[in-house]
Ligand binder design. Sequence first.
Ligand code: ZN
Length: 90
Amino acid sequence: MIVYGPNFRYLKPSEQPEYVPGPSESELAEIRYAERRKERREQLKAELLADPNHEKHGTGYAYNCGCRCEKCKQARSDYMRVRAKRNGLL
Ligand SMILES: [Zn+2]
């Protein structure tokens, strides 16, 4: 005898299993892209911490990667000042 799963059409609405859709293909691609960017940021942070003369020091990207050396903090501060001015906050 072949036993199939329950026929959900004959279940009361409260007994029907909830359908939870997973992420779509484009959402999956976005998730994978964000993960790859995060890995690259973490790798660059490790490189920046290991090498104080790394060419990326003093850039906003290095600050975003987590470097908090003086040059990167200065770059961030300069950028935030320009942005505040542009937005009419200064
Ligand atoms: Zn730095």
